[in-house]
Design a protein around this ligand. Structure first.
Ligand code: ADP
Ligand code: MG
Length: 233
């Protein structure tokens, strides 16, 4: 009976999500259709239509690619990864974007390997989503501080920004599908990140203070790569 209840709850959540997705994708589709009709009617100035159409298509693309991250990883995608390497790759990927926004990324990786067992692209996606949000939040520039560490069986990834921060009311909303305060946001990045971390038996904590900044703390289980040990010993 309890199982049935849980199932119907899951169905309810899936239904809510589906309704949200359908709505978010229908808007740009409706607008694309409108512009196609304008073009078909032979009006001049098609150039400006194309720009808007392109940005509507980009929006659909953003939504769909973020949602794809929610699809279940296959067993063969699971590998032992050193989080320091994954974070270095991510920082390298985002560095140009940060510099363009007058932001310095300053990362402390520690000295020991921080092994996790997981899906590399998904965990990297979590780092990307959180760091991108930090970059987007710091409109006046500043620095993003990243620190990786391990306590017993838990790896901590702390990402701190000097953005505007937010209050309790907004804290409750972040991570809900389609909650965004950005003109071009999808409001899916954090929902997807929470889901990925949850799938990896991890947790995300958020602390934020208005006017000071925000701290995202991602915790993932440390998993020693036994197969590697056997090969090298
Ligand atoms: P999106 O980035 O597309 O808006 P997200 O799920 O990544 O969607 O983030 C949801 C919202 O959470 C953002 O629109 C923003 O209002 C808030 N947010 C997330 N990270 C931060 C941050 N580091 N500082 C301030 N606000 C943030
Ligand atoms: Mg985001």
């Amino acid at each position: 009976n309890e199982e049935l209840l849980i199932n119907s709850e899951k169905l309810y959540v899936a239904g809510q999500l589906a309704a949200g997705i359908a709505h978010e994708i229908r808007n740009p589709l409706t607008s694309l259709k409108g512009f196609l009709q304008l073009i078909a009617s032979g009006r001049k100035n098609n150039g400006t239509y194309y720009d808007i159409m392109n940005s509507e298509l980009d929006r659909i693309e953003d939504i769909v690619s973020e949602l794809l991250m929610l699809s279940k990883p296959q067993v063969y995608d699971l590998t032992y990864q050193d989080m320091r390497v994954m974070m270095r790759d991510t920082v390298t990927l985002l560095e140009t974007q940060a510099i363009l926004h007058n932001i310095a990324i300053d990362a402390e990786y520690g000295t020991d390997p921080l092994w996790i067992y997981g899906v590399e692209n998904q965990v990297k996606q979590v780092f990307i989503n959180v760091i991108k949000n930090a970059i987007e939040a710091m409109i006046d520039g500043g620095s993003i501080r990243i620190k990786l560490s391990r306590e017993h069986d838990c790896i901590y990834v702390r990402i701190r920004d000097e953005g505007p921060g937010f209050g309790e009311d907004q804290l409750a909303k972040i991570g809900q599908p389609f909650y965004t305060t950005k003109e071009k946001g999808t409001g899916l990045g954090l929902m997807v990140s929470y889901k990925i971390v949850d799938n990896h038996q991890g947790k995300i904590n958020v602390k934020s203070e208005i006017g000071k900044g925000t701290l995202f703390e991602i915790m993932l289980p440390f998993r020693y790569p036994e197969s590697v040990v056997k090969k090298t010993s």
